[in-house]
Design a protein around this ligand. Structure first.
Ligand code: UDP
Ligand code: MG
Length: 240
């Protein structure tokens, strides 16, 4: 028997999230079932060194809608998302974190924007993170907006929904997951921000700190700025 192809693919990057994945699956599945359309969930284990993959194979054994990709070693969140995008079969793709800081119940509201828009990006209006993280993220967003002439409140929120065909047009590089809205706009796609819920991390640890985000983030920013400035802009007047 051939299975109906999924309409929706949920892509979840996971690096050392052993204690979060069961709850994540438990919370996510009823929301997706409520949509009434076929779906798949793709979890990309980004080279975890804890029991993440064992937990995932246990869950996948009981749920054929769950697909797993495991990296040989840690390659970063953008790489994990990229692998998920390439494997996704749905015409619509949703991304979210594995630690349940994103609330799966926001997914229907993001999906409702696809149609008028090509991508809907979550905006964590009341972030449940340490003040150091909130302040550094606010500064990063302000600098990013300034240097890329953008007005995006929160590019770091993984909870986003896209038409898959738009993602296929992007060539991603490390760190670029923070610039997806800008990269999509560069390709001429319509992007909207949607306020979403945000919750404290329940288990495990954050993979980011000021130390590993600031300088890399700045280099990424300059690269994106260069891409924007050097974008090919021409109008063909005539072809003979
Ligand atoms: N993540 C990943 N690879 C990495 C770093 C993070 O797949 O190298 C995943 C992580 O497991 C989580 C998501 O990306 O599902 C966001 O990471 P985290 O929660 O640590 O970021 P924060 O919410 O603290 O900004
Ligand atoms: Mg998190």
């Amino acid at each position: 028997m051939t299975r109906t192809p999924p309409w929706l693919s949920v892509v979840i990057p996971a690096f050392n999230e052993e204690a979060n994945l069961e709850a994540c699956h438990r919370e996510l599945v009823p929301v997706l079932e409520g949509l009434g359309r076929p779906f798949e969930v793709i979890v990309v284990d980004d080279g975890s060194t804890d029991r993440t993959f064992e937990v995932l194979t246990g869950l996948a054994a009981a749920d054929p809608r769950l697909r797993l990709i495991r990296f040989r070693r840690n390659a970063g969140q953008t790489a994990a998302l990229d692998a998920g995008f390439k494997a996704a079969l749905g015409e619509v793709v949703v991304t979210m974190d594995a630690d349940l800081q994103n609330d799966p119940r926001d997914i229907p509201r993001l999906l409702a924007q696809l149609g008028p828009y090509d991508a809907a990006c979550g905006w964590r209006v009341r972030r449940q993170d340490s003040w150091v993280k909130r302040v550094s993220s606010r500064i990063a967003n302000a600098v990013r907006n300034r240097l890329t002439a953008e007005s995006i409140h929160d590019t770091g929120c993984t909870l986003k929904a896209y038409r898959r065909e738009c993602l296929a047009r992007l060539k991603l590089y490390r760190g670029m997951h923070r610039f997806l809205p800008t990269l999509l706009k560069l390709e001429g796609f319509r992007v909207v921000e949607v306020p979403v819920n945000h919750r404290p991390r329940r288990a495990g640890r954050s993979k980011y700190s000021i130390g590993n985000r600031l300088w890399a983030g700045l280099a990424d920013l300059l690269a994106v700025r260069w891409m924007m400035r050097r974008r090919l802009e021409y109008e063909i007047e005539r072809i003979v």
